[in-house]
Design a protein around this ligand. Structure first.
Ligand SMILES: [Ca+2]
Length: 196
């Protein structure tokens, strides 16, 4: 099952890059500055729970017409530490939540729709427009989602053999790739309502 989840994440990342290569103008040159990483302790127990990290790398695959394609890219990820995880929707990524949605700390409520990913997930990325070494895109793109002012991400933290659920409200800046946590919620209950 873990392999399947990782494949789903990879497929989402590839699909994301094709969607973000559309309608982007060239930057006429330079590689964008890479934002600072961060380490987060969401429940303030002095144990770090997640990190926000950026990677410069290459992607290599096929374009939407099946032709070989690739280029340079920078991704901004959120990475679960220890046994923590990110709330994902099958086919829907991980930035699908809206205020009023419910995040459950286990699977028992909707096993066919959601799963918990212990792998890093991409929140924002930028790539070169025409292969490795070419011009960079002008703006960062947010992982497979339409433009919104704020995004919500569900998470859970393992604590004393239980999981405690929470959510983050994120402002993701497409001008510079910065991922800003503007609000969060966390509970000792087994579910939490996003935004409350
Ligand atoms: Ca913690």
């Amino acid at each position: 099952m873990k392999i399947l989840r990782n494949l789903l994440l990879i497929a989402s990342i590839i699909a994301f890059f094709y969607s973000c290569n559309e309608d982007k103008e060239a930057l006429n040159g330079a590689q964008p500055e890479i934002p600072q990483p961060a380490i987060c302790d969401f429940n303030e127990d002095l144990i770090n729970d997640f990190s926000i990290a950026y990677y410069l790398g290459i992607w290599d695959g096929y374009d939407s017409e099946g032709n070989p394609a690739g280029g340079d890219m920078i991704t901004g990820d959120i990475e679960p530490l220890l046994d923590n995880s990110v709330w994902c929707e099958i086919g829907g990524g991980w930035l699908f939540l809206q205020p009023g949605d419910t995040v459950y700390s286990d699977y028992s409520h909707d096993t066919t729709i959601h799963f918990w990913a212990e792998s890093p997930v991409v929140l924002v990325a930028i790539a070169t427009t025409a292969g490795s070494g070419s011009d960079w895109e002008k703006e960062w793109s947010i992982a497979g989602e339409p433009d919104r002012e704020f995004y919500y991400l569900g998470f859970r933290i393992k604590k004393d053999n239980n999981y405690i659920p929470g959510w983050l409200k994120l402002k993701i800046h497409t001008s510079n790739g910065v991922i800003e946590i503007t609000d969060k919620g966390i509970t000792e209950n087994d579910y939490i309502i996003v935004g409350e």
